[in-house]
Design a binder for this molecule. Structure first.
Ligand code: C2E
Ligand code: MG
Ligand code: MG
Ligand code: MG
Length: 298
């Protein structure tokens, strides 16, 4: 920042705003390049049955695979894409890639019942979605029953107009709905039940607080919160997936509290589907057994 720019508030604001705007423009250009050259890919993170340590599905996570800059995770450009509207085109690409992954899984005898979850932004969660999904499923000769759509509480809050009808149409295709980052938004479990959400994904921030008696969970409130989410989910017949499991301690703490499914770096980060299907997993006798992570890195 220029020297002296801090002498009055306006100046600092202008400089920061200028930098912010320039950065946004850069990202905007990056996004249109990426769309033009087909640089968007989905990487897949395994979703695991925690007691069996077997893979039951994969979450598709967006990556921009840039020829010079390498693999760029979505945090920054998703926000810009949502602001500029290009999220619709990106989201469309995500749906097509997800369908391709479902097809690939279906074609491998060992993986036929594995599911794929895809993240949707609020803007995508609109009237046209069920028709688009139906068309893409048909094009790939798929039914929707292994496709899970992840939405956030914020998405539900933003779409008040005929939300029930939209969800009903999606469910008619056989697709399931998962509430992502659960516990960080504003909706309630009873609201979710009315909306026929099937799954809640407990946000990573809760998982991080588990089995952590030091700084991150000083109040000791995380475990009771997780227990409450699990208890209500059981009563409402919702599946629970824990996000961001990094340690055996967190895993133990979750299984002890009856959380059955989860994902996280402890089991593996997002990788191209091929790495999971044609890597060390293929030679396993137990079809969904997780590979030794060291083996996979090799
Ligand atoms: P999310 O859907 O909650 O995805 C989980 C994020 O946590 C992913 O980050 C994943 O790589 C990361 N993660 C998984 N396990 C661990 C762990 O053990 N520790 C830590 N520290 N992180 C873990 P990623 O891929 O950078 O995605 C960030 C967010 O971007 C996603 O959060 C989702 O909200 C959004 N996103 C990703 N793909 C898409 C997409 O295709 N469309 C839309 N609209 N949003 C997407
Ligand atoms: Mg997600
Ligand atoms: Mg999440
Ligand atoms: Mg999260």
């Amino acid at each position: 920042r220029q020297k002296g720019s801090g002498r009055n508030g306006h100046c600092v604001f202008d400089v920061q705003f200028g930098q912010e705007a320039a950065r946004q423009l850069e990202v905007k250009e990056l996004i249109s390049e990426a769309l033009k050259h087909d640089w968007f890919e989905l990487y897949y993170q395994p979703i695991v049955h925690l007691n069996e340590r077997s893979i039951v599905g994969f979450e598709g996570l967006l990556r921009l695979v840039h020829p010079d800059m390498g693999i760029l995770p979505p945090r920054e450009y998703i926000t810009v894409a949502e602001q500029t509207g290009s999220i619709l085109e990106i989201g469309d690409r995500v749906l097509r890639l997800g369908m391709r992954a479902l097809k690939e899984l279906e074609q491998q005898p060992d993986w036929q019942d594995a599911y794929v979850t895809l993240n949707l932004s609020a803007a995508q969660f609109r009237r046209e979605l069920p028709d688009t999904l139906a068309r893409y499923l048909a094009q790939h000769d798929l039914v929707g029953d292994r496709l899970v759509l992840e939405i956030t509480e914020t998405t539900l809050m933003q779409n008040s107009a005929d939300l029930d009808g939209l969800i009903e149409d999606i469910r008619k295709l056989g697709c399931a709905l998962a509430l992502d980052d659960f516990g960080t938004g504003f909706s309630s479990l009873s609201y979710m039940n009315r909306l026929h959400v099937d799954t809640v994904k407990i946000d990573r921030s809760f998982v991080q607080g588990l089995g952590d008696t030091s700084n991150k969970d000083a109040s000791g409130k995380t475990a009771p919160l997780v227990e409450a989410i699990v208890g209500l989910s059981e009563k409402l017949d919702l599946t629970v997936i824990a996000e961001g499991i990094e340690t055996e301690e967190q895993l133990g703490s979750l299984t002890q509290r009856n959380v059955r499914f989860g994902q996280g770096f402890l089991f593996g980060e997002a990788k191209p589907l091929d790495v999971w299907l044609n890597g060390p997993l293929k030679s396993r006798s137990s079809r969904y057994a997780l590979p030794d992570l060291k083996e996979l890195e090799a």
